[in-house]
Design a protein around this ligand. Structure first.
Ligand SMILES: NC(=O)c1ccc[n+]([C@@H]2O[C@H](COP(=O)([O-])OP(=O)(O)OC[C@H]3O[C@@H](n4cnc5c(N)ncnc54)[C@H](OP(=O)(O)O)[C@@H]3O)[C@@H](O)[C@H]2O)c1
Length: 336
């Protein structure tokens, strides 16, 4: 079969290769891949910033949808013909994390989905929502689950609360759609006025251009009568965390998700004490929440925002799009 393998760190080492067809072991399923979606994390993997110990060659990409075409002899949860999605933290089924969730992931330590076929333990897949196309469903495992787990499961978001979403990438746009559908007020930041127009069409209540207004946290305070936001999805990291601490309301929550601006942050501890805010890290979410979310997305009529769909042969163009920054998700159609 054909597979896009990382043969060394650096995007120039992402190569379309012929590899042996995989066969499922006793507890595994063989998936004919329909589509995959890219995450910022796939860029980190390619650059050696996610897992410096990748064993090459490694087939890339975590978010995958496809049809099960063969099952191992001990498989009971899934059957041939099921349309399934990959669970990002492959061993996290339910409950609190063990701390090694980022380790057992596709494209890093497990061969990924940017290939014609993928073999995975049956415990690491969930049924794909029937109302979504392959292209749509492929966007869910990382970006949607992270936004849902942060806002709904951990954050217990309720109608009328205010949510800040940073930028217009995959996690933030799912956060916007989920918050809007649940009746929250949303403040979205972006470096582009054109993208801010588009988020208003998706239901954003307020928008801030962070390129023109780098002190976006002051704008959040002014838009909330000086009170601050109930929830902030911190996908930027770096210096942004201290700004979020200014923008969050007393007793509010900052969910630390990403590192678009850097891996290290410095925060004024006295402000954290005074505000009694919660700063919570997350890594996507467990499988049970993924299944719960997929049902809720259908009820809430949420359809993923896809910026572009690329052909399997054009995977490098899809990566270029990811590196430029997408409005929502970048998808690669694998099955013709
Ligand atoms: N912890 C987890 O489980 C988890 C899960 C998913 C993602 N992440 C992390 O979360 C971050 C976002 O991931 P993603 O996949 O959603 O990324 P993405 O889709 O690649 O998002 C890119 C967008 O982020 C915005 N952006 C970039 N730099 C920014 C800045 N300094 N301030 C504000 N916005 C900025 C830009 O939006 P505009 O063009 O509108 O300015 C850009 O288009 C990444 O660091 C990723 O590794 C973590």
């Amino acid at each position: 079969m054909k597979a896009w393998q990382l043969q060394g760190f650096g995007r120039e080492n992402l190569v379309l290769a012929d590899v042996p067809d995989p066969r499922p072991g006793p507890s595994e399923v063989l998936i004919r891949v329909g589509a995959v979606s890219l995450n910022y994390r796939d860029k980190l993997v390619a650059e050696g910033l996610y897992n410096p110990d990748v064993i090459f060659p490694m087939t890339q990409v975590a978010d995958t949808v496809g049809e099960i075409v063969e099952v191992g002899r001990d498989v009971t949860r899934m059957a041939t013909g099921d349309r399934v999605l990959t669970q990002y933290a492959t061993r996290w089924i339910d409950g609190e994390p063990d701390g090694d969730e980022v380790v057992h992931t596709l494209g890093s330590t497990i061969q990924g989905g940017l290939a014609e076929y993928l073999v995975l333990d049956e415990s690491a897949v969930v049924k794909a929502p029937k109302y979504m196309s392959d292209e749509e469903a492929a966007t869910l495992p990382v970006a949607a689950l992270t936004a849902w787990f942060s806002l709904v499961t951990r954050g217990r978001l309720s109608a009328g609360q205010t949510v800040v979403l940073q930028g217009t990438g995959g996690v933030s746009l799912f956060g916007l759609q989920i918050a809007h559908a649940l009746g929250a007020r949303t403040i979205v930041t972006s470096s582009s006025d054109e993208k801010l127009e588009r988020v208003r069409a998706l239901g954003a209540t307020e928008t801030v251009n962070y390129a023109r207004t780098p002190d976006w946290e002051k704008e959040v305070l002014s838009l909330t009568d000086g009170k601050g936001a109930d929830h902030i999805l911190e996908v930027v990291g770096g210096e942004s965390l201290a700004q979020s601490l200014t923008a969050v309301k007393p007793g509010g929550r900052i969910t630390v998700i990403g590192i678009l601006d850097g891996f290290m942050s410095e925060i004024p501890i006295f402000t954290l004490l005074r505000k009694q805010a919660v700063i919570q890290g997350v890594v996507t979410g467990p499988r049970r929440v993924f299944e719960e979310m997929n049902e809720a997305l259908e009820r809430l009529r949420i359809r993923p925002v896809i910026d572009a769909v690329y052909a399997f042969e054009d995977a490098l163009k899809a990566y270029e799009h990811l590196y430029r920054g997408a409005f929502g998700k970048v998808v690669i159609r694998v099955r013709k």
